[in-house]
Design a protein around this ligand. Structure first.
Ligand SMILES: [Zn+2]
Length: 473
């Protein structure tokens, strides 16, 4: 197996990945709080982890990935003050919290599917894992790192101070991490830095469960610790999330887990940088402007163009959203598809590729194993297709399909769909292409109707090309 290198936020270094069990990776990705649609910045995060997971699979690892769904306990401030986000939406929309969570989870999963983000082995919902959280809180109390008060069970951060404890991940002091929290903290807390594991005596809160400490609900941070440990074990290989989670959320996850088990919680913490707008500010819900995938589609960009756009930047680099960048990605998408459509049956059936493909395969592999350098991997794939065109040689198809296991464009299906097109249909398509070229839109529309009547899907792309495929029956 080739060595795989990844930047570990714990050490601030690119490290060789050494899994706990040979050939297997446990991967926990912090999931969405399902109270609003997930914007493009959120979606970039899941694309990054899809690239990571596919890259590990490319290397032969079996990856067990778990993504949580926060449907209770995430307050409007990450440091547990304010209202529960899901309940706030439920009240505003006159729905139950469960209806809100189901609605936005479904929408999120639909977006991921259209981006060809593979579903994890398991989605786990906070509201379905309350016993695991209660159990973990009990262990933390037994280890004397938490205390019970009338307003909740709190983690005793002062007691957990020290070398390799709070602040290890963010390398910030508690005051830096929790700036502002002093103003809003409950009088029951021993220290303003303490955070809630279980919230008590909030009668207006809709979602409540019985616990040994009274009726209440979990804090946001304990959810991830409890579910990661329940499904992946007390020590996991890789934990991913956005860089904004480093200071509070992930610090707290480490503190909760390690105070209970006495073992390392995570071997590799991997964080992605933000998607930013043209002015350079982070795209976020709190900033008030957050473009959605549906906004891109309305501007004529396919979801897969956004996928390629994100692949064109390293996960650790900020990425500025721009029409120009998306146009480039859309045309790269068409470039790959066009190539796939032109692969004839005899070449598609061959098992081995022409000699020059081997060098590209090596460079591609090297790029992804070098701290998930997706822009370089993408460039290698484009370069190989360009050389194949130059030489009039399509026997790079197997190699391209292997690259596509990470690109995620499903080029095999693109080729097969075009191979399905009968000659008389191809004649109509050619006539329509000519009509469009002559700006004879009346004729082009007639031919579109004819193709549709014969069972074909017709999609006119933004760049002037069109895509045809036989409708699935
Ligand atoms: Zn989390």
């Amino acid at each position: 197996m080739k060595p795989f290198y990844i930047y570990n936020t714990l050490s601030r270094r690119v490290e060789e990945l050494r899994p706990l069990r040979p050939g297997e990776i446990s991967l926990y990705s912090c999931g969405p709080t399902v109270y609003l649609p997930q914007h493009l910045g959120n979606l970039r995060c899941y694309l990054c982890w899809d690239f990571l997971r596919r890259a590990l699979e490319f290397n032969g690892y079996r990856v067990r990935q778990v993504i949580n769904v926060t449907d209770v306990g995430h307050m409007t401030s990450d440091s547990d003050s304010g209202e529960d986000k899901v309940e706030t939406t439920a009240r505003a929309q006159n729905k139950t919290p469960l209806e809100v969570a189901n609605l936005y989870l479904k929408r999120f999963q639909d977006d991921l599917a259209s981006l060809h983000v593979e579903a994890p082995e398991l989605w786990c919902r906070a509201t379905e894992n309350i016993p695991a959280m209660i159990d973990l809180i009990g262990r933390i109390i037994a280890a004397r790192y938490a205390y019970v008060t009338p307003s909740g069970v709190y983690f005793d951060v002062e007691k957990y101070r020290g070398k390799n404890r709070i602040g290890r991940l963010s390398r910030q002091s508690l005051d830096e991490q929790n700036a502002g929290q002093r103003l809003s903290h409950s009088a029951d807390k021993k220290s303003p830095h303490d955070f809630a594991l279980w919230v008590l005596n909030q009668p207006h809160h809709m979602m409540q469960w019985d616990s040994p400490w009274g009726r209440g609900y979990p804090g946001w941070h304990i959810e991830c610790s409890a579910m990661a440990m329940k499904y992946l074990g007390e020590t996991i290989d890789i934990h991913t999330g956005g860089m904004d989670h480093i200071p509070i959320h992930h610090e707290n996850e480490i503190a909760q887990s390690e105070s209970a088990t006495g073992k390392p919680f995570v071997d590799y913490f991997v964080h992605n940088a933000f998607l930013i707008d043209k002015e350079g500010s982070k795209i976020s819900k709190s900033a008030g402007h957050f473009p959605l995938l549906s906004d891109l589609s309305a501007s004529g960009f396919e979801p897969l163009a956004f996928r390629i756009f994100c692949m064109g930047a390293k996960y650790r680099s900020e990425l500025a959203l721009s029409d120009e960048g998306l146009r480039g990605a859309q045309s790269n998408l068409e470039y790959f598809r066009e190539f796939a459509r032109g692969v004839p049956a005899d070449i598609a059936a061959e098992k081995s590729d022409t000699e020059f493909a081997g060098g590209y395969r090596e460079r591609f592999h090297e790029a992804i194993n070098n701290d998930l350098n997706t822009p370089q991997a993408l460039a290698v794939a484009l370069e190989m297709v360009a050389e194949a065109y130059r030489r009039g040689e399509r026997r790079v198809w197997n190699t391209l399909k292997d690259f596509d296991s990470i690109l995620g464009l499903e080029l095999g299906a693109v080729r097969d769909a075009s191979a399905d097109i009968a000659p008389e249909i191809q004649r109509i398509i050619d006539e329509r292409t000519a009509a469009r070229g002559n700006k004879d839109f009346g004729r082009s529309d007639e031919l579109r109707a004819e193709l549709e009547a014969r069972g074909y899907e017709v999609k006119d792309n933004r760049d002037g090309t069109a895509t045809y495929r036989r409708r699935a029956t």
